[in-house]
Each structure stands twice: as C-alpha cells, then as structure tokens.
Design a protein. Structure first.
Length: 90
C-alpha cells in the first residue's frame, strides 16, 4: 500500500512532550500516529475513552501524599479522633 503525506496541527509543547516520550519508547511521532489510526480502524472508533478524569489533579496528588504519610513510620498516629483533638490543644 502506498504511503501518503499528511499534515496535522498541534501545539508545540504537546508535540515536544509526545516526541520525547515516544523516542524513549523507540517510536517516532509518525509511527505513533500510524499505530493510533490503525487502532481507530480496528476498534471502529477511538481506542480509548474520551472523558474527564474522575478526580482533579489536586485530589489525586493529595491522595498520593496521604498514602505516603500513612506508610511513614515517623508519622504520629492516634487510637481515636478524640486523642487527636486533645493533641492539637484547642
């Protein structure tokens, strides 16, 4: 099958970030776009869900921070909420 040249527009920052990531994976942008389009044809549509993330970035970051803190042996823990309230000396 013959190759055709196609032009697409995207912002420079997205192209740079995607190209760097793809290069780390051993792909160039053209190969990645070809893979994407082949998947569009095979799947009969976009090969992924197009929707907003379930949680905002700030929420995900806060959950990750809470996970790290909860696994830190230096983090003080309490047996009850009452103990924690006493410790903050309201």
């Amino acid at each position: 099958m013959a190759n055709v040249t196609t032009s697409i527009r995207m912002d420079a920052d997205t192209k740079k970030a995607a190209s760097e990531l793809l290069n780390d994976l051993g792909l160039d942008l053209s190969s990645a776009v070809n893979i994407f389009l082949k998947q569009v044809v095979l799947q009969g549509g976009l090969p992924f869900d197009v929707k907003y993330p379930k949680y905002k970035t700030e929420v995900v970051e806060a959950m990750e921070e809470a996970k790290v803190i909860s696994h830190d042996s230096a983090t003080k823990s309490y047996g009850s909420f009452g103990e924690a309230l006493k410790d903050i000396d309201l």
